[in-house]
Design a protein around this ligand. Sequence first.
Ligand SMILES: NC(=O)c1ccc[n+]([C@@H]2O[C@H](COP(=O)([O-])OP(=O)(O)OC[C@H]3O[C@@H](n4cnc5c(N)ncnc54)[C@H](OP(=O)(O)O)[C@@H]3O)[C@@H](O)[C@H]2O)c1
Length: 263
Amino acid sequence: MEIRNKVVWITGASSGIGEALTYKLNELGAKLIISSRNRESLYLVKSKCKVNPLDVHVLPLDLENTDSLKEVTASAIKIFNKVDIIIHSGGVSQRSLALETDLDVAQRIMNINFWGTVALTQNILPSMLSNNSGHIVIISSLVGKFGTKFRSAYSASKHALHGYFDSLRTEINPEIKISIICPGFIKTNVTINALTADGTKQNSMDDAQANGMPADRCAIEIIKAIRSGKEEVYIGGKEKYAVLLKRFLPGIFSKIVRTAKVT
Ligand SMILES: NC(=O)c1ccc[n+]([C@@H]2O[C@H](COP(=O)([O-])OP(=O)(O)OC[C@H]3O[C@@H](n4cnc5c(N)ncnc54)[C@H](OP(=O)(O)O)[C@@H]3O)[C@@H](O)[C@H]2O)c1
C-alpha cells in the first residue's frame, strides 16, 4: 500500500511510538493529523517534521473524555476531507499490584486505552465505510496476549482491544483493514508515564524499556505491517516468543511468568 498522500490520524503523537511514526510517515509523504493532550508537545513534534510541514495538523484530544471525541473526529475529517488511516497509539501503562491499585486508577487505564480507542473508532468508521476504504491500526502490546506482574488493568485494557477489534473485523466491509500491533519492550517514556497504585506517575524508566528497541525501528516495523495489511503483528526482541510459548506450552509459560523477575 502506498503511503504518499494518505491521510493518517495518529493519537499519542506527542511522544514515543506515535511521535516516531509521525516522523517516518512525514518522510514518506503522508498527510498527518497528530493528536494527544499536550498541544505544546504536538507543535514541537510538528516543528521537527522536515517534509512539507503544512501537511502536519495538530489536533489535541483527551482519550479519557470520550464525550468530546465526536466533535474532535468531525474536526479531523474536515482537515483533509477524509481519514485513510487511524493509528491509535495514545495510551498509558501501569506499575502496581492488582490488589493495591485503586479501582479509580484501573478504570482510568481502561477508559484511556480501551474506551477512548473504541469511541474514536466508532466516530471515524462511518466515514471510512462511506469511502469504502480505511485502515484502523491499534497499538496493543504483548501483554494484550498474556498477563504479567504489575500490569493487571493495563493488560486487561489491551486484551479488551483484541476482543473488540477482532469482533469488529468480522462485522464490517473487508475493504476496511484492522491491524493490531503488539510491541514488546520499546524505548519510550511509557514506564515513566505509567500509573502507580494511587494514580501518580512512576517517573522512572524500567531497565527493560531502557534496553528496548528504539522507537524509530518500531515505527518502521509498524509501517511495514500497515503496508502489508497484517491483522496482528508482534514487534520487539526475544520477549516476542512468549506469545508462542503461551500458545503451545501454556503450563510452562505459566510457571515462568509467575517466577520471572519483572519490573
Ligand atoms: N513502549 C513500549 O514498550 C510499549 C510496549 C507495548 C505497547 N505500548 C503501547 O504503545 C502506545 C504508545 O506508548 P509509548 O510507548 O509511545 O509511550 P509514551 O511515550 O508514554 O506515549 C504515550 C502517548 O499517549 C498519549 N496519551 C496518554 N494519555 C492520553 C490521553 N488521556 N489522551 C490522549 N493521549 C494520551 C501521550 O500524550 P499526552 O501526554 O500529550 O496526552 C503520548 O503521546 C501505548 O498505547 C502503549 O500502551 C508501548
